[in-house]
Design a protein around this ligand. Sequence first.
Ligand code: ZN
Length: 447
Amino acid sequence: MQLKRETMNSQFFLAKRKLLNQREVTSAHALKANEQLSPDELASLNWEKRKELIRFVFSHNVFYQKKYKAAGFELGDLKSPEDFEKIPPLEKQEIRDNLESMVSHGFNASSLPSSTTGGSTGVPLKTYCDPSAPGSEISWRTLNWWGTDISENSAYLYRAIPSAKSQMMQRVFLWPSKRNWLAAQDMDEASMELFYRQVSKSKPNYLIGYVGAIDIFAGFMEKYNYQLDSVKAVWTTSAPLPEGKRAYLQSVFNAPTLTQYGSCEFYWVAAECLKQNGMHVASDIRHVEVVEGNEPVPVEEFGDLLITDLCNHAFPLIRYRLGDRGRLLKKSCSCGLPFGLMDYVKGRISDKIHLPDGGAIPGEYWTTIFDDHTDSVKSFQVHQFADYSITVYYESLQQESCAKAVAAVRAKLTAKLGSAVSLKFEPKKINVNDNGKTRFVVSEIRS
Ligand SMILES: [Zn+2]
């Protein structure tokens, strides 16, 4: 078991958080308790949750009732974990075509939190979340694996700095810990210098952000020989962490640099521990399978990842083909956690886009540009040429609304890039390649 951190700060934080959100703290304790299960007990919990979810959709979800009926799969067919593998997978296109009927009885789509994603392949998609499912408390557990704690000070390098109202809310929720932000979409030397000064004072225990954004900030720190001695862990998200990049970031921040696997549809699937042996699958809340087509592949072999969210009853995602390739690992980890291991997911590598003044915009930002237009744009790719010019290729889903979406994204990007970078939009038939190697944000400029 990794270091258990129960500081006074943490106790105080949980007590205060309980007053604000009882469900969240109860859920955090339940998740933490699952670390004490044996692997067999965990497998049993996972299987019980899968059965319960399937029973639920047979009585509460029109989409799955029809889908399973058409496939000849009946509730009585699910007797053993092997039977679960006969359930037809859920494809992205089905979500797009059945968004409303995938919402279960007893839930109202208009009041559900939703999530949109550029996903692994540049295919924008909207899904709904279950408000009663575990959320950020999943990451609290993992922060403890990394020798830090949600009650500690932190620094975020994400798409944008939250609004003043959101920052105020977060201050209330996080007090007495402090959080600083750096907007990944706006990383010039001035903003990074300001951020560095802020974090030099607040002394964050951990950094979290897009791999690309943390990489750019690391380059800035290295250039000026800056150091952040308070950082105990660097938490990278949204893209794979190549080993060379990990080694570089660990040397700049002098702290373990860690990765986790999740997506907009599944906030959390797996995360590594400090042993960095692969990622521990959070099998108490997600079920991960690997298939080739629809056939299961043996442990250690690569295939399409199918993920089942064991906690989302509002908008069930059962054996969902997320679009990433991966594999489960046989080895166990000496950290003592009961959660099995999966390999690092190699997909979703996005280049950063370079600016003529030496600045850069992380690839992860570009993956989100069509997030507000999931009904209009089928897929897109961003390509930067050696002369800094950028072409956004897109495939429309609905001609008229796509034209509006392109106009809106063009205006947003033009405002960001100014006149220094030529920007073009071109319709194109895009062959989405799910083999985990396709980059959909590509820059011909190398730093
Ligand atoms: Zn481990």
